[in-house]
Design a protein around this ligand. Sequence first.
Ligand code: ADP
Ligand code: G3P
Length: 492
Amino acid sequence: MPSYLLSLDQGTTSSRAIVFSHQGEIVATGQHEFPQHFPHPGWVEHEPQDIWNSTIDSAREAIEKAGIQAADITAIGITNQRETTLVWDRHTGEPVYRAIVWQDRRTADECLPLQQHTEMLRELTGLLPDPYFSATKIAWILDNVEGARVRAEAGDLLFGTVDSYLLWRLTDGAVHATDATNASRTLLFNIHTQQWDEELLALFRVPRQMLPEVKDSAAEFGHSAAHWFGGEITIAGIAGDQQAALIGQACFSEGMAKSTYGTGCFVILNTGKQALMSEHRLLTTVAYRLNGQVTYALEGSIFMAGATIQWIRDGLQLISNAQESQSLAEETGYDNPVYMVPAFAGLGAPYWDPDARGAILGLSRDTGIKEIVTAGLQAVCYQTRDLLDAMAGDGVRPAELRVDGGMVVNDWLVQCLADISGVPISRPKVTETTALGAAFLAGLQTGVFNSLDDVSQLWVHERAFIPELDVTTRERLYQGWQSAVKRVCKVE
Ligand SMILES: Nc1ncnc2c1ncn2[C@@H]1O[C@H](COP(=O)(O)OP(=O)(O)O)[C@@H](O)[C@H]1O
Ligand SMILES: O=P(O)(O)OC[C@H](O)CO
């Protein structure tokens, strides 16, 4: 009897594969980093072959470490960095350009005239005209790679987000599909009708024939070809990584929220069957689609969270590893006059200013490394507060926030989050919730789990972080952040 689930988690800086037991416990992990390409300021690209190799190598490593065979795996779940855009030849499989990564700002100018369509885009897609999403990236490839538009119109090119590309390769080109969560990040998908939208395809000049079929998040997506893992494996779940984390955190009831701290930070709040439109520049997105039923979410996206700490480590070389940030912050404490606004790639929610650039403010002669490092961590907390306040403005303040991602091993950071946001934080035992969410989806489809209730039973709490800071100090610190943000971007 197969008794494992394999999750493929293709992230921005690394690919991971995790073998889970049917009880949701981690059995073995494989992980491979891959190079980032920054050919021009504001541009971020990945080599498609790196995405593929790192994924397949991680999967084989995890399977080998677990000491199992393909036949022992009930199903594969795929989860992925979202919005990142690939275009490849339907016949040869050859990508026509590198993957344009979600962080890439090259289409900022193309987004300016789209401002006049903001309301329409918001209503149909729940998104905003920003280079973050896939549509303008697809158009850029079609307009800038010689012959690409003609080939796309002739039906020779395929578009996919990373899930779609991995699925296509795993199935040896047999399946070109995606799930509703990934589709909902393209600016081309009507989140109410759950269809690619002709009006949007015309606006962004994207040929319909390039697009993948959109399925439920738990569905029959095909089989991985036998030669990849020594036997065919059913692919039964797909979700964008932030939605997968919501599932892995078992946030299945309206009002439940999770926040993931990896490269960026993404707060997602389950709004149930209602596609709640934000008045505070949050996104409305598909949380998951199961048995044709859509559950919606409000999302706040921060582009730089862990990436700020990476920059402090690699760019400024102030620390030699990310863990050091914790002891330095403990020394500094909250009362830090230095503020860092990490707008390296513009600012995401709720500001949406692609032209904003980063700044460190409040420097004096006694400022040292520890204050700057601490400011990097505090920026993550202040930005989370921005998002929670925006959600509260839309009438929903979660009673607790479930956190995950590589940064949440940092206890100081998580306590600071509780103190600055005023919301109790809950950290689960398995913080690999993204991969877990994809495994849950694959397990739901293949009968390992019968319902979301079954899945909720597997979520295990590890530690609570309760807000302790007095309100006056909290508000004073936060006002300092708001002043700093006003210095670098247009705050409406
Ligand atoms: N102890 C720590 N304190 C602060 N940040 C950390 C710590 N450990 C890791 N990080 C940050 O977490 C990020 C890695 O998280 P991860 O979830 O693996 O990211 P992703 O999936 O986006 O690649 C890195 O950007 C790193 O700087
Ligand atoms: O690769 P991550 O985990 O930083 O996630 C990237 C997001 O999906 C971008 O929207």
